[in-house]
Write a protein that binds this ligand. Structure first.
Ligand SMILES: Nc1ncnc2c1ncn2[C@@H]1O[C@H](COP(=O)(O)OP(=O)(O)OP(=O)(O)O)[C@@H](O)[C@H]1O
Length: 531
């Protein structure tokens, strides 16, 4: 069996005990002080002023937010299905409108001019993150999580005194680090945070595998070094070990796609990277994702201090309705995506794919963007060639391609030069490609979480989307978890799928990341076997 292909190679490149809740805000039992301060070793005083690693956070809930009637806040939390578990009982209100944010150097530059209001994850997590609190943010794909962590990150750096030089000889001392599982996602996040950072005169550098180290080293040495580093773990580790980067001054650390970063494939890298930052009491740590399997919860919290958990969507497990449960977050697909599952003969998959593409790109829809997911690199090559020979304008992105080709394929897809992109799971998480109308799964991914992320490449930022999954007998071990996802999103469950069974296998930390695969061209992949 061939290797699956999902993220960058590492070498390449407690839930709080809750005691009740009001209006979606569940209070914890820890001894926190009011108004955005946390307990533990973070120095907190009233009104969201906290000190961590020399940074002063001074989030003040604005008068305009103070005066919003409680009923309006409650209605917002209920409608948007916001749940906040805060061990410090801070009672910070969600920021429903941009105008309710405090004025600051960054926010006065109106970085959100093109948006009408914050998304629910931004509304609910900003007050805590801007107060210096550690935050776990869980919200559906395409719901604006990048800005949810980028704004507090840039704000934290902008409001703290910049060291005279963030460069010390040949070492760039970053003050914020954002870790991403794939190169393309790191680049995308870098572009997003750079535009915010520039507004306040900060710099951001992207470090990822498969590209020239010399060029990246030069960027680190340019100007005053890098305030913010966005990186894939392998390349960041390389720069750390050669002394080109130091994370000793980091005050803000983010794990984007946090469950992926904490699974077996990346766990050691993350321990090393966060271990190179100041201790957790002295830095602020944020973790964001759309999927939060139980298997990573305890590990995540070992890197954080009293994290506030903000969850969007009705993800309460039966028996956990009162917030007294164990912090379980149910897996949920974006509800604006129409999901269709076709049970097919494995031998007929490619032909069916072709029919689906021709159907979807009929008439005025001929240039509609369609993302086709395969599991294996060789499968992606084969499917691309199959479609190309049949006259489909297609490109591909997978771990066997040199980075420039990956980048070019993605750019061509974004620009509309090619309307079909065949991808492995390197493109499953985080990528924000405008107007992807349809996602087709030719081979089911290794985990149900990956399914949620794959289909989440469509239906972003409030838009509708569609996903079609070709399901075969080889995928039957996923039938139970897929049935649950479909039912939770009110999607039809075909009888042929039900025939494969509805049992869901319990996932441990080991099995979640067990299929992590190396996509570094210079390294040999490890064989995996499936049942
Ligand atoms: N307040 C907002 N109003 C409207 N659109 C927004 C807002 N904030 C962000 N967006 C847009 O929503 C899109 C999706 O955002 P983003 O990529 O951050 O999603 P995400 O939640 O990180 O998704 P994923 O789970 O797939 O990584 C982006 O194009 C972004 O510009």
């Amino acid at each position: 069996m061939e290797d699956a292909d999902d993220a960058e190679s590492p070498s390449d490149d407690a839930a709080p005990t809750t005691n009740g809740h009001a209006n979606g805000i569940t209070k914890g039992t820890s001894n926190g002080t009011a108004n955005g301060t946390s307990n533990g070793s973070v120095n907190g005083t009233a009104n969201g002023v906290a000190q961590r690693n020399g940074a002063t956070y001074s989030y003040q809930q604005t008068k305009s937010l103070d005066t919003v009637p409680e009923s309006e806040i409650a209605a917002f939390l209920e409608k948007q299905e916001v749940r906040i578990i805060d061990p410090s009982n801070s009672n910070l209100r969600p920021v429903i409108q941009f105008s309710q944010l405090p004025s600051s150097t960054l926010l006065s530059k109106k970085p959100f001019a093109s948006f009408t209001s914050p998304t629910p994850i931004q509304s609910a997590s900003w007050p805590f993150a801007l107060s210096g609190r550690d935050v776990i943010g869980i919200a559906e794909t395409g719901s604006g999580k990048t800005l949810a962590f980028s704004v507090p990150c840039v704000e934290a750096l902008a409001s703290s005194a910049k060291p005279k030089s963030s460069k010390n000889g040949r070492t760039a001392h970053a003050r914020a680090v954002i870790v991403s599982p794939t190169r393309e996602l790191a680049m995308q996040t870098h572009a997003a945070i750079s535009s915010l950072a520039q507004l306040v005169g900060l710099s951001a550098v992207c470090l990822y595998g498969g590209a020239s180290k010399d060029d990246q080293r030069a960027l680190l040495r340019k100007n005053s070094g890098a305030d913010i580093i966005v990186a894939t773990p392998g390349r960041l580790k390389d720069f750390l070990s050669e002394g080109a980067v130091s994370l000793e001054s980091v005050m803000f650390a983010v794990l984007d796609e946090a469950d992926r970063m904490l699974d077996k494939g990346f766990e050691d890298d993350i321990k090393l990277i966060l271990g190179s930052c100041p201790p957790r009491e002295k830095r602020q740590t944020l973790m964001f994702t759309a999927t939060w399997p139980n298997s990573v919860r305890v590990l995540a919290e070992s890197f954080m201090v009293d994290p506030v958990k903000v969850t969007i969507g009705n993800r309460t497990r039966a028996g956990d309705e009162d917030g007294e449960g164990n912090g379980t977050v149910e897996l949920q697909a974006n509800s604006r995506i129409e999901q269709k599952v076709e049970v097919v003969d494995p031998r007929g998959k490619e032909q069916r794919l072709l029919e689906l593409l021709r159907e979807a790109q009929k008439g005025s829809a001929k240039n509609d963007r369609i993302l086709v997911f395969c599991l294996y690199k060789k499968e992606a090559v084969r499917v691309e060639q199959f479609l190309d020979r049949r006259g489909i304008r297609v490109a591909s992105i997978h771990g066997d391609l040199p980075q420039e080709k990956r980048t070019r394929a993605l750019e061509a897809f974004k620009a509309g030069t090619t309307s079909v992109l065949v991808a492995t799971d390197v493109a499953a998480r985080g990528l924000d490609i405008p107007e992807v109308k349809l996602v087709i799964n030719v081979t089911f991914p290794l985990t149900i979480e990956d399914y949620v992320h794959r289909i989440g490449r469509t239906g972003r930022a409030g838009k509708l989307g569609k996903a079609i999954t070709l399901f075969t007998e080889h995928d039957k071990s996923h039938s139970g978890s897929l049935v649950n996802i479909l039912r939770a999103a009110n999607q039809p469950v075909p009888d042929e799928l039900l025939k494969f069974g509805t049992t869901v296998k319990k996932k441990g930390h080991d099995s979640y990341g067990a299929f992590f695969k190396d996509v570094d061209m210079s390294k040999k992949g490890t064989k995996i076997t499936f049942d």
